[in-house]
Ligand binder design. Sequence first.
Ligand code: UD1
Ligand code: CA
Length: 446
Amino acid sequence: MKARAIIMAAGKGTRMKSRTPKVLHELCGRPMIEHVLDAVRGAGAEEIAAVVSEELRPAIEALGVRCIVQEPQNGTGHAMQLAMAVLSASNGQVLVASGDMPLVPASLLRDVTSARSASGAPAALVSARVPLPTNFGRIVRESGRVARIVENADASEIERAIDEVNTGIYCFDERALRYHLGRLKPDNKQGELYLTDCIASIVADKGSVEAVICGDSRLVMGVNNRVELAAARAVMQRRILDELMLSGVTVVDPSTTYVDAKVAAGNDTVVLPNTHLRGKTRIGAGCVIGPDSMLENAEVGDRAQIWYSIVRDSSIGAGVTVGPFAHIRMGAQVADDSRIGNFVELKKTIMGKGVKAHHLSYLGDAEIGAEANIGAGTITCNWDGKNKNKTKIGRKAFIGSNSSLVAPVTIGDEALTGAGSVVIRDVQAGERVAGNPAKPLKPKDK
Ligand code: UD1
Ligand code: CA
């Protein structure tokens, strides 16, 4: 697509009634404007710039987008005037979209761009038919041709009955755009400069404006308040779930499954109800996830099962079972075939293959060797009031129920701690200790 793109996002978004700028409100794991950016990038825009408020600028620059600051915000026409003043002139075309339409597909942006270049018209826009009443600007046609756009607030009774609306997506010939922006006047209820007035200006100049009618008006839904945010989220959520299902994942109840935009899962994975898959979560094939689970930035290997549990910023190997009621967090890594059971918390713990921690444990800042057995109630006492300390548990070690491992401490390979041990010194490989404080068992005790 040969066009530069401008995303207008400086508006105050007053209808959100929020301290957060409107386009940073999140849906399906990303701020609204990132979905729009994806579409604009997906359409192949040559250069992207955003018109933003001073408040919004740092967040948008962090997304790698060139920002043009509009302060104060005096309407969409004013936003575009500022943008064009900053961008060096070219004789190409300019695609214009808003940061508040998160569902817009890249294909629609390409369509309006090719409609303009194919026709040679000074402008093309995307319109849609929507149920009335609506707050969208109306497309007024004369003899079937687009003549002007009238904002809902400025529309007459008869104009308000028009159900073809302006979606706010346009492609302009750049020279025509610069010229008509220069002629805008704030003759409207809000006293703002409306980009939409360029349309009548083009027509008055004997130019024509092409309309690409979008068949599915939900795709061009503008989000102006939190009711519309929830409606857009529902549409996007269903789109994400449909893609996941078509790629081979079973979603038992789409209405109670919440999956962010960038989540991936393998064939024959089953997602049970009330499950949230967030952030950069990646799940292998043949897993069972849920019910009632939350995975955020989780890596999960094939055939793992996670039920009634939370996994955040952590990885789970193949064939691992987690839950019910486990909490795995902060960079924990669980190797293949381990078992993390009821009420077990793992924080930053690196666990080897085939470890069993079935019941009621806190395992924080620990390294646990393959096939160790962690008895019910085992606690790594990692915090001494000043520092977080490490616990090392060797392979095939046997940690008796209710052991407290006071870190820093190392338990050797195949060592044993008796039930109720309070371990305050290192235990050698193969050694057996018990008691409070834990001491080596005498041969006769063995
Ligand atoms: C606008 C259109 C309307 C269309 C609707 C589609 C105008 C005058 N009206 O109305 O015809 O039906 O979009 O959703 O253009 N913005 C700025 N600077 C400003 C004002 C707005 O950057 O000074 C940005 C906003 O952040 C937003 C976009 O432009 O992303 C549209 O502004 P908004 O106030 O939402 O316009 P609508 O009333 O929805
Ligand atoms: Ca809007």
